[in-house]
Design a protein around this ligand. Structure first.
Ligand code: KIV
Ligand code: ZN
Length: 511
């Protein structure tokens, strides 16, 4: 019989600490719902004491999630713990996750505390948390650089005070797999009350070893893995959910461990995250990257054609990759659109399916073959678009290398009122962005611009991602269209809507 590993997903907390990966409340809720569908056991929804916005988002997630446990992170301080519990108490199964550093470096330079004082703080914090809920996790921050004997004492204390999960983070991604295996074995053997808690690990990827260290720790007896979708997280990120889960599944006989994750939801979940944070999945990324199942060499292709297992250790279908076959066209009806949306992991309402059917037909008028990627881009455009303060209507652009300077004329709605303007630029995109900035009265700085063909073919939709910064606030926008200039305008306006939405959320938090 294989033993069960608890999958603790921290995409919405540590993942959100990844540069450029901030999400608004609606996006966090949408992702939390998808994480439930994916089958993770615990969703770490945020750090409620960090800001009013974080608190409200965690509270909203706690109210939405039906089956998974919802964790709120907090420092080992009564005020933080109270705040975290207030945010998660509406969840079906709330978990307080409190942490304190135990390494000499952190205790001396960050906390300015003696080891005995740290032990005292652990005792007070865990006891306080346990009075609020029995489901308490304690993390020894920077555990992999802590002195082993002190770490064992800290763990023993947290368990004695009522913590039911003990997390051993490799906070700075310093550990090596064999060393991390030994550390977990040591703790399980040395801590007298170790059997009363589940041991968890939380590995960072600074040396590219996060998944390897997580798997080593599971082999040593840890039974919870803290992971994120696509491995996003602080600095180089965390252990990727997809790598850890698929290693356990593909090498089931080796590990003899199982998870509750539905592996066919892995790809739709990663795509949703990528769409929300506006960061494409790198093609070389294991399991979810565009190249993960592509066989380039002739020898490999011939082998796979004869028997897929020659070069494929798992099937694309097992991680929810539908392949790139033509999926819909001009004559596809509502049922075909609905079925395809469900296969791609989108469970939409009946009205949304109708909206998508119209959008697919419109696109099919311009583009003969519609692929999964086109459908995903349309869902983002049509369904997951934010309620718009700014709305794109139409544009025309003149550009080229004649004597005339490129010019853009744009029609858009601002708070429901139609406005238009034309303006010049160094090139057509510059002209479009200048015109929109003038129309909206905003002055964002364009930090990054990327265009990507959604599928192959010269009639492919262009998907544009922009990163903007205005007054110290950042946002990402995405837009797609058969015309890359129109896609650019949509992406720019989408990013402005996100800036406006964040302003609104900040305003609400102040009231
Ligand atoms: O990396 C880390 O140590 C953390 C803890 C708060 C669990 O994220
Ligand atoms: Zn972390």
């Amino acid at each position: 019989m294989s033993e069960r590993v608890v999958i603790f997903d921290t995409t919405l907390r540590d993942g959100e600490q990844s540069p450029g990966a901030t999400m608004n409340q609606e996006e966090k809720i949408r992702l939390a719902q998808q994480l439930e569908k994916l089958g993770v056991d615990v969703i770490e929804a945020g750090f409620p004491a960090a800001s009013e916005g974080d608190f409200q988002a965690v509270k909203a997630i706690a109210a939405t999630v039906k089956n998974a446990q919802v964790a709120g992170l907090c420092r080992a301080l009564e005020s933080d713990i109270t705040r975290a519990f207030d945010a998660i108490k509406g969840a079906v199964n709330p978990r307080i996750h409190t942490f304190l550093a135990t390494s000499p470096l952190h205790m001396k330079h960050k906390l300015n505390k003696e080891p005995a004082q740290v032990l005292d703080m652990i005792e007070k914090a865990v006891r306080f948390a346990v009075n609020l809920t029995p489901n308490v996790e304690f993390s020894c921050e920077d555990a992999s650089r802590s002195e082993r004997d002190f770490l064992a004492v800290a763990v023993e204390k947290a368990i004695a005070c009522g913590a039911t999960t003990i997390n051993i983070p490799d906070t700075v991604g310093y550990a090596q797999p064999q060393e991390f295996y030994d550390l977990i074995k040591f703790l399980l053997e040395k801590v007298p009350n170790a059997k009363k808690a589940i041991f968890s690990v939380h590995c960072h990827n600074d040396l590219g070893l996060a998944a390897a260290n997580t798997l080593a720790a599971l082999s040593a007896g840890a039974r919870q893995a803290e992971v994120t979708l696509c491995g996003i997280g602080e600095r180089a990120g965390n252990a990727s959910l997809e790598e850890v889960v698929m290693a356990l599944k593909t090498r089931a006989h080796y590990y003899n461990l199982e998870t509750g994750v539905s592996s066919t939801q892995i790809f739709p979940s990663s795509r949703l995250l990528s769409m929300i944070i506006g960061q494409p999945i790198p093609p070389y990324k294991p399991i979810i990257g565009g190249n993960a199942f592509a066989h380039e060499s002739g020898i490999h292709q011939a082998g796979v054609l004869k028997c897929a297992e020659t070069y494929e250790i798992m099937t694309p279908q097992s991680v929810g990759r539908a392949g790139n076959e033509m999926v819909l066209g001009k004559h596809s009806g509502r049922n075909a659109v609905k079925a395809r949306l469900e296969e791609l992991g989108f469970n939409l309402s009946e009205d949304q399916v109708t909206q998508m059917t119209d959008a697919v037909k419109n696109l099919a008028d311009k583009k003969k073959h519609i692929y999964s990627e086109d459908v995903e881009a349309l869902v983002l455009e049509e369904i997951y678009r934010l309620p718009d303060k700014y709305r794109f209507r139409r544009l025309s652009v003149v550009s080229g290398n004649t004597a005339m300077q490129p010019v853009a004329a744009i029609v858009m709605d601002i708070d429901g009122e139609e406005k238009q303007l034309s303006s010049f630029g160094v090139g057509p995109i510059d002209a479009v962005f200048n015109t929109i900035s003038q129309l909206t009265g905003r002055s964002p700085v364009l930090k990054q611009y990327a265009v990507n063909a959604v599928t192959g073919g010269t009639d492919a939709q262009g998907e544009v991602t922009v990163r903007l910064e205005e007054g110290g606030h950042k946002s990402v926008g995405r837009g797609s269209d058969g015309d890359v200039i129109v896609a650019s305008a949509k992406a720019f306006i989408n990013a402005l809507n996100r800036l406006a939405k964040k302003e609104e959320e900040r305003e609400c938090a102040r009231l």
